[in-house]
Design a binder for this molecule. Structure first.
Ligand SMILES: [Zn+2]
Ligand SMILES: [Zn+2]
Ligand SMILES: [Zn+2]
Length: 317
């Protein structure tokens, strides 16, 4: 039986070819005109909209977009998925605009120490840092950082700084969720999971480990093998949507679903003492402990982040 992937590959175009096709104003105008129309357009209609004074090269440019970005059907020309993706990238502002927000204090409070936090936005990255403690990660990140990742410029539109932070939490969780299942949220390609583990993790008073310069011992790194989209998350994040964990949290008064891990001062007690450690290698086994009030839930996960075992203990020393 033929491998369906082989069949698909014959239709793929090389990245350099795709860039060459799109590096032309008329072609971008065609994509925009088809997007705005919301239905197939005839050749004459499309030419009238895009190049009314066409001297003959309109059909050449349209031909370049067909078949990868535009398809010709019985009813006219229409956007293919790849064409829609291009227009969408322009609309989210990722390609065309570069807004920035200077660091400023917000009404949010640090989930680890309760101090005021600052939010900034630059080069498509939203960044939130505590003004007093060390946050979650050190090193190359701003001092006290506990949020620092890509967020489309369109996500800032019509939102206050606090609302943008909330939106970034939700978006982060909803991008990482499929990656934990091995699926890229951007292109549906296959995602490889690897781990970054601190071999000498010691968390002192500050909550930070001097060895790895961050708060958590084990991080999962997700990377799409096809488009290279990549995200990282604390290993214990994968345990949070297990039904037993959801029930445990619910029993202790947490009513939020997604985003579970939303780090706010209000729900700090649900996440601030969670740990994830390595209990086996080859293959990896991880143990996540989730203490809330006097109770503790212990979750074991395998190297694909599937939960193997959940146990509750209510006799914390
Ligand atoms: Zn803090
Ligand atoms: Zn460490
Ligand atoms: Zn991908």
């Amino acid at each position: 039986m033929a491998d369906p992937a082989d069949d698909l590959d014959t239709k793929a175009i090389a990245a350099t070819e795709a860039f060459a096709i799109l590096g032309n104003e008329t072609r971008m105008d065609v994509l925009r005109a088809l997007w705005e129309a919301d239905e197939p357009r005839s050749f004459a209609d499309l030419r009238a909209a895009v190049a009314p004074n066409d001297r003959g090269n309109f059909s050449y440019h349209l031909g370049k977009l067909t078949d990868h970005f535009v398809r010709k059907t019985g009813e006219g020309y229409d956007l293919r998925f790849a064409g829609e993706q291009v227009v969408r990238a322009v609309l989210t502002g990722t390609i065309t605009s570069a807004p920035s927000l200077q660091p400023a204090e917000t009404d949010e409070r640090c989930p680890y120490c309760g101090a005021t936090v600052e939010m900034a936005y630059e080069e498509e990255v939203i960044s939130v840092r505590c003004t007093e403690c060390s946050g979650v990660v050190g090193g190359e990140y701003p001092d006290g950082a506990y949020m620092h990742y890509q967020f489309p410029p369109s996500g800032l539109d019509g939102r206050t700084r606090e609302e943008a932070i909330d939106a970034a939490h939700v978006l982060y969780d909803s991008k990482v969720a499929p990656m934990m299942k091995g699926i890229c949220p951007e292109c549906a390609g296959q995602v490889a999971i690897s781990y970054e583990i601190c071999g000498d993790h010691r968390v002192g008073e500050s909550g930070m480990c001097p060895s790895c310069d961050n708060r958590f011992e084990v991080w999962s790194i997700f990377e799409c093998e096809r488009c290279q989209y990549s995200r990282r998350s604390v290993v214990w994040f994968a345990a949070l949507n297990h039904p037993a964990v959801a029930a445990f949290y619910h029993d202790h008064g947490l009513d939020e679903k997604i985003p579970f891990r939303k780090l706010t001062w209000d729900n700090a007690r649900f996440v601030e003492r969670v740990t994830g450690t390595v209990v086996g290698t080859e293959p990896y086994r991880f143990r996540v402990t989730i203490p809330v009030d006097e109770d503790e839930l212990v979750v074991e996960m395998d190297d694909e982040l599937d939960v193997l075992h959940v146990e509750k203990s209510d006799n914390l020393a």
